[in-house]
Design a protein around this ligand. Structure first.
Ligand code: GCU
Length: 442
């Protein structure tokens, strides 16, 4: 094989020259220049949500439910997020705190520990809830948080999370939370507003489920349940390419939270909206797609691997996300780096998997990295499925983005693009509450 090095060199040089002249794809030195120009989006054809893999058209509700929906779930498991185990049999709960006089008597603060195995050793998941004292059982919003339950409100009685966390958060020192981090994410979690509108808020730290770091799936719930997914692996055996990555793990944790909410008599578990921002928006979509008990799904600025169409390769691309966050998706997803058109699915089919249940997709003008137009279009292209199932889908027939700050919230698919940056704001929450009111007949 003496000729090989000489053959590789010119090839490498060629790749460098090509990649320097193209934006939106990987450069040979791993640098990346995102494409933010609509006119430079590659030509693409989306897979048809209403055609089975064997080419048969899906023309009725029955075929959607019994054939296409299960087929799409499997395709997303195999090619994007990975397979997860079911509900652990030994799961049990402990109420650690119940304060009926929270929020000046308007709500009960409840902290519940979800044990995943028979004993009380970890890992366990801590759910924080604020439940209105009036009108029970109440509908709820459920969402994962980035920096611990104690970061969502300044309430000193919220347990300080002791688990590993990314050091990007305020008051996080040596990858652990300090008291300084209490309430630092409060602007994203308007607890009073949610409770006043008659909804409970339930939230959990995503790192309780799986720490957000590329550790070869050694910790979090991977440590206890990974074998159920991978089978026994001998030393050096490759991990199956469809085994759960971290997003699938976090989505699994949301389903375990819902298992608890089903047991809580103060919650109307048939009316739980799952909500998430950014990577946790990707997670909320996958949780909502897989677990049909979620009555409503909200994607806040979820972008690549979430609501944004992968084939547009606008802003963050599949290569970029797999390179920055190799643990988020399954290993198979790597095959689509700079090769999005080979994917057997695209993200409009993730939205379609939520049908006929309501879904709200939110973008922000300055969040170009997440491709607002691609987020909108996945809702638009999910329409045929929503309509087949007898719902409105996304009102308006336009492929163009609606005007900024003018939410579309009267259909089964809601959408807005608001002024401002990648974040969750009170404007976002107002729309989610209105949308939930409409669909939960409040
Ligand atoms: C990065 C990543 C995004 C992700 C975001 C977040 O920007 O590229 O895909 O949504 O982090 O979760 O905050």
């Amino acid at each position: 094989m003496t000729g090989t090095p000489q053959m590789i060199k010119p090839l490498l040089r060629l790749t460098t020259i090509l990649s320097l002249s193209v934006i939106g794809i990987a450069h040979a030195d791993d640098s990346f220049e995102p494409n933010y120009d609509e006119s430079l989006i590659p030509e693409y054809t989306l897979p048809d949500a209403l055609t089975l893999q064997d080419g048969t058209a899906v023309a009725d509700v029955e075929t959607w439910k019994t054939k296409r929906r299960p087929e799409l779930i499997k395709l997303f498991e195999e090619h994007v997020y990975g397979r997860a185990p079911g509900k652990p049999e030994a799961m049990h709960f402990e109420t650690l705190d119940n304060e009926p006089q929270a929020l000046d008597g308007a709500a009960t603060r409840r902290q519940v520990r979800i044990y995943l195995t028979e004993g009380t050793e970890g890992p366990f998941l801590d759910l924080l809830m604020y439940v209105p004292n009036e009108g029970r059982p109440v509908p709820a919003f459920l969402g994962l948080n980035f920096y611990g339950n104690h970061s969502i409100a300044a309430d000193p009685n919220i347990r300080l999370n002791m688990n590993w966390m990314r050091d990007k958060g305020e008051g996080v020192v040596d990858n652990h939370a300090t008291d300084e981090s209490r309430g630092t994410s409060a602007s994203r979690w308007p607890v009073e507003m949610i409770v006043k509108r008659g909804y409970a808020l339930a939230t959990m730290y995503y790192g309780d489920i799986d720490p957000d770091t590329d550790d070869d799936f050694q910790n979090g719930v991977h440590a206890i349940f990974d074998k159920q997914v991978t089978g026994e692996l001998a030393e050096g055996d490759p991990r199956p390419t469809d085994a759960w990555g971290s997003i699938a793990t976090w989505a699994w944790g949301l389903s375990r939270s819902l298992d608890y909410l089903e047991e809580d008599p103060d919650i109307n578990a048939a009316r739980v909206a799952v909500m998430g921002h950014s990577r946790l928006g990707k997670t909320a979509l996958w949780a909502g797609a897989e677990d049909e008990r979620f009555a409503l799904v909200i994607s806040n600025n979820s972008g690549c691997g979430g609501a944004a169409l992968s084939r547009r390769a606008f802003g963050e691309t599949v290569w970029r996300i797999n390179t920055s966050f190799p643990h988020w998706f399954n290993d198979k997803f790597q095959e689509y780096n700079n090769n999005e058109s080979a994917l057997p699915i695209d993200q409009h089919e993730l939205i379609a998997l939520i049908a006929p249940r309501p879904v709200y997709i939110a973008s922000a003008v300055e969040d170009r990295w997440a491709d607002p137009h691609g987020e909108y279009l996945s809702g638009y292209h999910a329409n045929p499925v929503y309509q087949l199932l007898g719902t409105t889908g996304l009102p308006g027939e336009s492929t163009e983005l609606p005007p900024v700050d003018e939410p579309i919230k009267t259909g089964t698919i809601g959408y807005h693009i608001r002024t401002g940056k990648h974040d969750v704001t009170s404007f976002d929450w107002q729309q989610y509450l209105d949308f939930a009111d409409l669909h939960f007949n409040k």
